[in-house]
Design a protein around this ligand. Structure first.
Ligand SMILES: C[S@@+](CC[C@H](N)C(=O)[O-])C[C@H]1O[C@@H](n2cnc3c(N)ncnc32)[C@H](O)[C@@H]1O
Length: 340
């Protein structure tokens, strides 16, 4: 048989895709002097940012990528270079790889983009992510088609993992907010025939999602709601709200706003779900989260968050009982919380 149905484990493909960030993380750290500074002293992110005139938010993301590449470690809040970095990446070391890495900078497009982000804290131009489209609060049909296609591909396996969670049996209805192609709502609806599923996104995207719904043969069982999730009121009457890869697009401040809107629209005992690839609690990895966070730094206004950060966001809106579980859908975790 040449074609197999998708499974919920696509980690091999993610590993291949995310490998592209390993080298630019090292070359940017080399060029900005991170390895020298962290060989000489153990520093907090803020101290290192100040010493090297770098943006602390972007530097924190870079340090997570370096820590999960075994080049630096974090102890009691301070970063320090590990032996491999002190031996091969310190400019004064006999074994310094600098001559080689300098040649690599020009050949890797991500080097220049990551360098700019780490120096300025601003998203580099020309990255080509979909975020600048949706940050305007509207997008063309062409942009929706392109963005839905790439997100559908990287969300297929985690959507199967989410749909397999037993808790949906006790849930009558869910709204998939920032639904993209609708892949999560579609897999939930396929696996749980009793559930009413609504897809919410910008109008151009929900139009595109309805094509995916029709292709899945679920046209009669699912509905769409096109709106701006920041500016427009949300439909009420759902037992649960589900967000996948939405909070990682925005700052913690913006996410607090989304959490508050969700809290307002949910009934008492309603649940919020955030499907995300989580950073470890101390921000040092794992690589699959740290690399994804580098991508968010280059393409969005967000990053990959840790459970403590998402807990803080959800509790600030009034949610309780925050917890996270790995779904088995690739590298993803499902964070959930309850409106009392
Ligand atoms: C990274 S994609 C996630 C898509 C899907 N949940 C997934 O995981 O495959 C973020 C989604 O949020 C949507 N979005 C961004 N800003 C929005 C807004 N103001 N109102 C509604 N949806 C928005 C985008 O259009 C996009 O589909």
């Amino acid at each position: 048989m040449s074609h197999l149905p998708p499974t919920s484990d696509d980690r091999l493909i993610w590993d291949i895709w995310e490998a592209q960030f390993r080298l630019p993380a090292a070359t940017v750290a080399d060029e900005t002097g991170v390895f020298r500074a962290l060989s000489d002293a153990a520093l907090t992110t803020g101290e290192l940012a100040q010493a090297l005139s770098l943006d602390p938010h972007a530097l924190g993301i870079l340090l997570g990528a370096l820590a999960s590449s075994d080049l630096v470690e974090k102890r009691e809040g301070r970063w320090r270079a590990l032996p491999a970095a002190r031996t091969w990446l310190h400019p004064d070391a006999e074994g310094y790889w600098g001559g080689f890495l300098a040649g690599m900078r020009e050949r890797n497009a991500f080097h220049g983009q990551l360098l700019e982000a780490v120096r300025t804290g601003k998203r580099p131009a020309g990255h080509g992510s979909g975020a600048p489209e949706w940050e305007r609060g509207e997008m063309s049909a062409e942009a929706a088609r392109r963005i839905a296609a790439f997100m559908h591909a990287h969300s297929q396996a985690p959507a199967l993992g989410v749909a397999a969670q037993p808790g949906w049996a006790r849930c009558g209805s869910v709204m998939d907010i920032g639904c993209g192609s609708g892949v999560y709502g579609i897999e939930i609806a396929k696996a749980h025939a009793h559930m009413k599923v609504t897809l919410l996104d910008l109008p151009a995207m929900t139009q595109e999602a309805s094509l995916y719904v029709d292709r899945a043969g679920l046209g009669g069982r699912m509905s769409t709601h096109g709106c701006n999730m920041f500016e427009d009121p949300w439909p009420t009457g759902h037992d649960a709200h589900f967000f996948s890869n939405v909070f990682h697009d925005w700052s913690m401040e913006t996410n607090r706003l989304l959490a508050r809107k969700s809290f307002t629209a949910l009934p008492s005992r309603g649940r919020i779900f955030l499907n995300e690839i989580l950073m470890d609690d101390d921000g040092t990895g794992p690589w699959h989260a740290a690399a994804f966070s580098v991508l968010m730094l280059l393409g969005t206004l967000g990053k990959q968050y840790s459970l403590p950060e998402l807990r803080d966001t959800l509790e600030s809106a009034g949610f309780t009982d925050v917890e996270a579980i790995r779904t088995g859908g690739g590298y993803y975790s499902l964070v959930s919380a309850v409106k009392p």
